[in-house]
Design a protein around this ligand. Sequence first.
Ligand code: GLP
Length: 241
Amino acid sequence: MRIIVKENYEEMSKTAASVVKSQIVLHPDCVLGCATGGTPLGLYRELVKAYQNGDLDFSEACFFNLDEYRDLDPANNQSYAHYMKENFFDHINADPDRIHIPDGMAEDVDAECRRYDADIARHGGIDLQILGIGVNGHIGFNEPNAHFCPDTHKVVLDDSTIEANARYFSSMAEVPTEAITMGIRPILQSKTLLLLANGENKAEAVRSALRGPICPELPASILQLHPNVIIVLDREAARNL
Ligand code: GLP
């Protein structure tokens, strides 16, 4: 596990972007696992800048997102499908046929989850998975639980997650309470994991994930078992290490 601590959010984003840039330059046809949330916004900005400068070509890359809210139309500006278009895909030369996001509107959730896992497997798994971390230690929407869920699955969001995500919605009542998330298996089977965290409110989750026992009550702790993890933190998120 390589832990890189940078002075601030901007430096964290630039360092994380350099990892993704190398991946795309060395393996243009790679499978990139994408995360949402506030944390990777700076990373996506850096990647868009590099594309606009002519330094990156995403046309052969394939994208799999970690998660999507249940019952939010992709056109809803709070859906993760919308987030990805607005912050990344609409500004690069990503091939729409190579963009994969769980369908939060699927009537048959179980079938959708099986389809998503089969799609990931058909593409040979994920080469580089970008991850954020929730204040409760979740990765994707793998919430604290009595066991690790290996497959893509429907999840009922934790109260702390709903509270943390409420800042993006105009009222608490609008915050979705369920989601579809990639399970732990495809995350752990990714060749490289790139976890980003910034801010004081992530410091305890980061400490527990990296230094605490490996347990499903702190899902990110499973990353300790992965042979190739890059953690990029700002100083505040690293303060308890
Ligand atoms: C969200 C996402 C995660 C993200 C995490 C942290 O709800 N499902 O993929 O990593 O919670 O979000 P943020 O970066 O906004 O703190």
